[in-house]
Structure formats: C-alpha cells, structure tokens
Design a protein around this ligand. Structure first.
Ligand code: UDP
Ligand code: MG
Length: 321
C-alpha cells in the first residue's frame, strides 16, 4: 500500500494589491496550520503589488522565519504565473493553493489535508453558495463544462483556487513550460486519483476583484486552449457546413436563372440576399481568423521562451534547509 499520509504542508498564496485583507489572511491561515499540528511552510508570492502588501509579507516572514516565506516578483505576471513561482519553492508533500482575498476560508485547509490523506493526488473544491455576480457564475458554468470535456475529469468548479496537489503533481506542472496555463486543469491532467469536496465561499472582504473583464476573458481562453485544440476542429466543421450551404445555394440560383421563367429578374433583385449571405460567410471567416489568432498568439509567447517569472527576493527561508 502506498503511503498517503501528509507530513509537510506547503501553502501557496498569490498576492496582488491585497493590503486590506493580507494580515487577516496570514493570521487565519497560520492559526489553521498550527491547529493541524504538522510541519508546514506558508509561501506568499507578491505579484508586483503597488501597495504595502510586500511589507506586510516581509514582517510576517521575519516573525516566523522558516515557516512564512515571502517571494517577491519584480512585476505583475498574473495569478497563475505567481502560483507557479510559489510552486517552484515548495518542499511539502502536499501543496495547497488559496486566494488572498479570503473568499476561500483558510479554515478549510484541514479538510483538504484529510481528503488528500484518503489517497488523492488532487483535491478540488466546489464552492457552496457562491458569492459572486450572476454573470460570473454563468460564465463559470460554461467554462467548467468545457474543461470537464477537455480533461475527462468530472469536477464542477475549476474556478475555485482553494485546492491541494501532491508534490509530484506540482513538479509535473513545473515541467510545463508554456505561459498560458490554467493550474486546476493542468493539475488534474497529472493526477491519478482526484476528489472534490464542498467548501464555504465568502464575499470579497476588502478591495475589488483583481480581474478586469479583459483579463477574465483572456483567462477563459487560457483554460480552453491549454488543454485542447477542439475549437479549431469545430471551426473546420462549421466551415464545411457553411461552404456546403453556399454550394447548394449557388446551384439553386443557376437553376432558377436558366430554367425557371422570370429567373433573371429574381436573380437581379436577389442582390441583397446575396449580400446577406456574403456577410454571414465573412463573419464565419472572421471568427476563424480570430480563433487561429488566439492560438498563434500563444504560440508566439511560448516560442519566445522567456522565463515565466523572475524572483527578486526571498525572505524568511533558512539557508541550511
Ligand atoms: N492575483 C494575482 N495577480 C493578478 C491578479 C490576481 O496574484 O494579476 C491574485 C489576487 O491577489 C488573489 C487571487 O489572485 O489572491 C484571486 O484574485 P481575485 O480575488 O481578484 O479574483 P476573483 O476572486 O475575482 O476571481
Ligand atoms: Mg476573489
């Protein structure tokens, strides 16, 4: 029997301008981790904050060296890259990710550890009574369905970042060099056993969501394109269907023109119908070009092969470890 017990827990939290709730997050998370009574490290990754978040992190690290580790990136790389930076520092055999805004209660950490100890490589969570706008919830529903299809793993809530991964899953994720990635989906693709547990969800305590609509759309495209090229295939079918219809239509027009009386008049007056048809096709082409652009854009960033992040400073890690 494989030993699934957890002896060392790493918690990774990306922080971007969260000075309003960071101290509470640190206190509550440390209390939860102390309560479990296992060895732990609490890794805070500052994703280029412009407020006092890095200072709060530094002083927390100084208070509990070796336990609270602050990793400060030089600029804003985005939530998922920041988590990856945190992953690169992890040494625990179970790695838990969490948002800094206290929407995911740190008090759930013991439940995640318990679920992992039952023999799971990835513990997902499903937000009960989710406290987000209707628009966000609807968008999530669609995205989750696509992700379920792409990964073949039936999880209901890929958007919830309160998750636990075994170290080997994290190591596998670190080997993925692409920049446009979505960690919960990527993690599932390296897991043998997964489980999903219900967790509480709170409203954002302080500040606003760090995701603008544009960043959110980009994130959804990352989720879609990080696992599958299916949209490109859909496009092929769509294109085939469209050109098939176009062919039938032109056949009909020719028949009317030559064999049916008054056909030339009809064809002449049908100019605007043709325009309409043309617009439909132009639209389809544009969708196609846009979709290809989504992939090409990502290929471009990957081909450049820039480092995904650059750690400027690490506070609170003991050298001899
Ligand atoms: N975050 C980050 N970099 C960013 C955007 C967000 O590190 O560019 C962090 C943020 O500090 C928070 C988490 O990612 O800990 C989730 O962000 P937020 O709560 O704003 O997202 P939402 O809950 O609206 O999806
Ligand atoms: Mg949030």
């Amino acid at each position: 029997m494989k030993d699934y017990s957890v002896n060392f827990i790493s918690v990774v939290v990306p922080v971007y301008n969260e000075e309003g709730c960071l101290q509470e997050l640190i206190d509550r998370t440390l209390a939860a981790l102390d309560g479990i009574g296992k060895k732990f490290e609490f890794i805070l990754v500052d994703d280029g904050s412009r407020d006092t978040s890095p200072d709060i992190m530094r002083s927390a690290s100084e208070k509990r060296p070796g336990e609270v580790i602050s990793c400060i990136l030089n600029r804003n790389y985005g939530q998922h890259s920041a988590i990856m930076a945190g992953f690169s520092l992890c040494r625990g055999d179970l790695v838990i990710t969490l948002d800094a805004d206290l929407q995911n209660p740190p008090e759930e950490i013991p439940n995640l550890v318990k679920a992992a100890e039952q023999g799971n490589d990835v513990v997902g969570t499903c937000r009960q009574n989710r406290q987000d706008t209707l628009f966000r919830r609807m968008a999530s529903k669609v995205v989750n369905k696509v992700a379920q299809k792409a990964t073949g793993v039936q999880m209901h809530d890929y958007g919830c970042m309160l998750r636990a991964y075994r170290l080997h899953v994290v190591k596998a994720m670190l080997q993925c060099n692409e920049r446009s990635t979505f960690i919960p989906v990527l993690g599932n693709s390296f897991a043998r056993n997964t489980i999903e547990i219900p967790v509480k969800h709170a409203e954002r305590a302080v500040g606003d969501s760090k995701y603008s609509l544009w960043k959110l759309v980009n994130l959804q495209f990352n989720l879609l394109t990080c696992m599958t090229t299916a949209p490109l295939r859909i496009l092929t079918w769509f294109g085939l269907l469209a050109s098939g219809c176009g062919f039938l239509l032109s056949l009909y027009i020719i028949i009317r023109r030559f064999f049916i009386e008054g056909g030339d008049k009809w064809a002449g007056e049908g100019v605007f119908t043709l325009f309409a048809v043309m617009f439909v096709f132009t639209g389809i082409q544009m969708i196609g070009i846009g979709m290809i652009g989504e992939y090409v854009g990502r290929i471009y960033t990957d081909v450049r092969n820039r480092p995904r992040y650059f750690i400027e400073e690490i506070v609170g890690r003991k050298d001899e470890e």
